[in-house]
Ligand binder design. Structure first.
Ligand SMILES: Cc1ncc(COP(=O)(O)O)c(C=O)c1O
Length: 483
């Protein structure tokens, strides 16, 4: 794109913006099981209005915008009470789960530097189900990941294996409440006891569950202890832009006390400009997401969230039973949250996803990793609830269709496209050959993704990562015709 010589009129530019959205998933339809947590029209409007009201306020400097500090302290106070924290607990508002997690890992690293300088190269212990954001944090911050396994039936972290993995360089243990993939809460009490005994930190990733799990418990669900009420938990992250239904750009990170949180804050006075002190990764940032989060929480309120939780609980039970009643499909495990993972031994679930997409649904593919097979993931939220019967009906019909398509043999797909490719030493040419085999060489994406996902599934994770990087590197290039 080039700047227009003269500014466009409002109508024309908004029309153009609208055309950009034409190929997006239709999240308003209620048929999209992920990405968007839609609280319904009224709460959405409240969020938008508050967002617009604080759009221009800048979180760079709380002395100039004390309004943002007050909103942030309100949100942290709410979160602390929600997650079993006492008055010593402090925290901050961040842009999302990933930022909260990166900050938790940075804090653990810098706390270890201050209190255990002999550690040298720090390590953190992650169950294989811990979110990819921890790997990103490790990559950015120079912390080594030590991965541990999960129980093959419940997919909960194996704490005995974590214990065996603890060494002199361990600075942090990680548990999920719940894991995104399987929707199960790890044995946080056991992890807390281990962290306490070894004198190391424990972060609970409650980005998905932190807001909802207390409501599910109030509805009688057997939610295991997972929050700051558990001894040994030293930090916890909770996203508001998921099951609290606030507009995106909203998460909370909490620490046991200020002594720990101190290591999160970055101050710099070694340059010629303004004095900089940041709680979070971003420096200049809009007040919009925070004001919107504050407003939506106030608008929906405790009773509103309890009712939303009740509806999701009914929906997830119904979906889980419906899937189990289809002989070709099976749940990977019984989830503690409205997150459903299912797979099949008789048909290719990636074809099933394509078939469902063709009928207007969005359901998410997940590749196999360690003892978790390739599967379909559903994050059920309020807007999906009214659609679960139709969903199951279409799922049954699509299973019947896909059963007639022979399952893809991933090794054969990869072999055909990647003959002679040395997977251990991938140069640009080898990456191009594999991308061609996967059907993604032309830049755009085919309407059916099963072939691509099957190729990726047949490759080792580091090769998948090379391909995904190459694909993304090619995709984000301005269109020369637009110049
Ligand atoms: C358990 C868990 N942790 C962290 C994240 C990352 O959150 P975000 O996408 O807001 O950065 C997610 C996202 O789905 C998640 O499910």
């Amino acid at each position: 794109m080039r700047l227009p010589e003269k500014g466009l009129d409002r109508k024309a530019l908004f029309e153009r913006l609208e055309t950009y959205r034409e190929r997006d998933v239709d999240w308003r339809s209620g048929r999209v099981f992920g990405y968007v947590f839609d609280p319904g029209a009224e709460a959405m409007e409240v969020g938008k209005e508050a967002y617009a009201m604080f759009l221009t306020e800048n979180g760079l400097d709380f002395t100039s915008f004390p309004s943002l500090m007050s909103l942030e302290n309100d949100l942290v106070g709410m979160a602390r009470a929600h997650l079993g924290g006492d008055e010593a607990v402090v925290g901050n508002f961040t842009s999302g789960g990933t930022e909260s997690i990166i900050l938790a890992v940075k804090t653990a690293r810098d706390y270890a530097r201050a209190t255990r300088p002999q550690v040298g190269e720090p390590e953190m212990i992650l169950p294989v189900t811990a979110h990819a954001a921890f790997h990103k944090a490790a990559h950015y911050l120079g912390v080594k990941v030590v991965q541990t396994g999960v129980n093959p039936n419940s997919f909960r972290a194996d704490v005995a294996e974590m214990r065996r993995a603890v060494g002199p360089r361990t600075i942090l243990l990680v548990g999920s409440a719940p894991s995104y993939t399987h929707g199960v809460v790890d044995p946080i009490e056991q992890m807390g006891a281990l962290a306490w005994e070894k004198g190391i930190l424990l972060h609970v990733d409650a980005c998905m569950g932190g807001f909802l799990l207390p409501y599910l418990r109030r509805l009688g669900e057997p939610v295991p202890p997972f929050d700051l009420s558990v001894p040994g938990v030293t930090s916890i992250s909770m996203d508001l832009h998921k099951y609290a239904y606030t507009p995106k750009g909203a998460s909370i990170i909490l620490y046991r006390d200020k002594e720990l949180r101190r290591h999160q804050i970055f101050a710099c006075s070694r340059w010629t400009g303004y004095t900089m002190v940041n709680n979070t990764i971003q420096s200049s940032k809009s007040g919009g997401p925070m004001a919107a989060a504050w407003a939506v929480l106030q608008f929906i309120g405790d009773e509103g969230y309890l009712e939303l939780a009740r509806r999701k609980l009914e929906a997830v039970r119904h979906v889980a039973e419906g899937i189990e009643a289809i002989p070709d499909l099976s749940l990977l495990t019984r989830p503690d949250m409205p997150l459903v993972a299912f797979s099949s031994e008789t048909l290719d679930v990636f074809h099933l996803i394509d078939e469902m997409n063709g009928r207007g649904w969005y359901i998410q593919p997940a590749l196999s990793y360690e003892n978790s097979p390739k599967h379909v993931h559903l994050s059920i939220s309020a807007s999906n609830v009214a659609w679960v019967d139709r969903f199951l009906e279409d799922l049954r019909a699509c299973v019947d269709i896909v059963k007639k398509t022979p399952p893809m043999e991933p090794a054969a797909v990869v072999g055909a496209g990647a003959e002679g490719v040395d997977l251990g030493d991938l140069g640009d040419e080898e990456v191009s050959a594999l991308m061609e085999a996967a059907g993604i060489s032309g830049g755009g994406l085919p309407s059916r993704m099963a072939g691509i996902n099957d190729v990726l599934d047949g490759l080792p994770p580091e090769v998948r990562e090379r391909l995904l990087t190459a694909y993304t590197n090619n995709a984000f290039v301005p269109d020369p015709e637009e110049d």
